[in-house]
Design a binder for this molecule. Structure first.
Ligand SMILES: *Cc1c(COP(=O)(O)O)cnc(C)c1O
Length: 375
């Protein structure tokens, strides 16, 4: 029982992070601006392609908050949000005084269901309020069905905020996640595919939107010699120290995606011969997932709990899927559209250790627990 802890997903440094951080100290750029911030933004712009502009921010949550502000979402508005997600997808809707309208998942990617989405839009319009935006999430790195969601967004002229916090390195029909929304966001929190210790980014194809995001994230100072303000500002810019970590991480992003995909292949191989367990997997060649987290659906809540506890006993971290937002006490009064797909996934689903830094010995310990459990 004195086995060292195996984490679900832990930071994995490439090696050059400290070099960039040291440079920041050597040149005294210890501030929320500097060469690493510009360099990290440029690294991300090159990686994502498609002529995007990236604004590096203090978190993915901050990026979502600014995305809503930039889309002019205000007090009393409504915003559609995938129910099955981390709470940070939905909280910023409340920050701006708007109401989240939650939508169920579809069973293939576990992401926002096209049919329930359209039903929600039509019903909200019938009730007198057209939603101002759609927040769609690539859960665990699995791309949502972009072309279907996009066509609904265009049909009703409602912009998409693409929550790509978990999906840097994933793509849909060859187009990188993080470039699919009207505005997109990324996260570099400690357990994401790459980390800056804490950080995020807003991605846009419109240079003026990036400029506004940077303006708002640095306290919205007007162009004047004194401090003058015509807008409410925020302190959301990324620090040059964090951006230095990000530059080092960008050098190993593709390697880390390959290693996560290898962990996923390991689980696919193991569960191939096990009845009643389904691994979240790319439904077609359209979807390329970074497999940030490998997740499985068991035959019941009881089996899920038993397996979680079997891992816990061996000091191995696993985690139930995100509890859908429409089932959260804090959102209990928000409208919800769809059936019980997200709820069923939550009841029976488990995320397994998926880090790009898992050693052979750790993989063996994981395999032993699985073999004993499913024997
Ligand atoms: C991590 C995460 C966020 C928030 O990002 P932070 O950088 O932690 O603020 C938002 N949405 C999803 C789906 C996430 O997983």
């Amino acid at each position: 029982m004195n086995n060292p802890k195996i984490w679900l997903s832990s930071p994995h440094m490439g090696g050059n992070e400290q070099k960039y951080v040291q440079e920041a100290f050597d040149t005294n750029w210890v501030a929320p601006l500097g060469p690493n911030v510009n360099g990290f933004e440029s690294d991300l712009e090159i990686f994502l392609g498609d002529n995007v502009y990236v604004a590096a921010l203090s978190s993915g949550t901050a990026a979502l908050h600014l995305a809503l502000i930039l889309l002019d979402v205000k007090q009393g508005d409504e915003v559609i949000c995938q129910s099955m997600t981390f709470s940070a997808s939905a909280n910023p809707i409340v920050y701006v005084g708007a109401t989240p309208v939650f939508v169920d998942s579809e069973p293939e990617t576990w992401n926002i269901c096209t049919l329930a989405l359209e039903e929600a839009i039509l019903d909200r319009i019938a009730k007198g309020k057209k939603p101002k935006a759609i927040i769609a999430v690539h859960l665990y790195g699995m791309p949502y069905k972009h072309h279907e969601i996009k066509s609904i967004s265009e049909k009703y002229n409602i912009p998409i905020i693409e929550d790509s916090a978990e999906a840097l390195g994933s793509s849909y029909k060859g187009q990188k996640c993080g470039t699919l929304g009207d505005i997109s966001i990324l996260s570099f929190n400690g357990n994401k595919i790459i980390t800056t210790s804490g950080g995020g980014a807003l991605v846009t194809k419109d240079k003026s939107v990036k400029e506004k995001a940077v303006f708002l994230s640095t306290q919205a100072r007007d162009n004047a010699p004194h401090y003058q303000h015509s807008y409410i500002g925020y302190n959301y810019r990324m620090s040059n120290i964090c951006a230095g970590i990000g530059r080092g991480q960008m050098e190993v992003l593709e390697d880390h995606v390959n290693l996560r995909r290898e962990m996923h292949r390991f689980y696919m191989g193991f569960f191939e011969s096990i009845e009643g367990v389904k691994v979240l997997n790319e439904p077609s060649q359209d979807c390329f997932s970074n497999h940030w987290l490998s997740a499985i659906i068991l035959d019941s809540y009881e089996t899920r709990e038993a397996l979680r506890l079997a891992f816990e006993k061996e000091n191995i971290e696993t985690r139930p899927l995100w509890k859908p937002m429409h089932l959260q006490p804090v959102f209990e009064n928000c409208p919800y559209y769809g059936g019980s797909i997200a709820q069923k996934l939550f009841n029976k689903g488990l995320c397994l250790p998926s880090g790009s830094n898992l050693e052979t010995e750790e993989k063996n310990r994981i395999q032993q627990v699985l073999e004993r459990f499913f024997k």
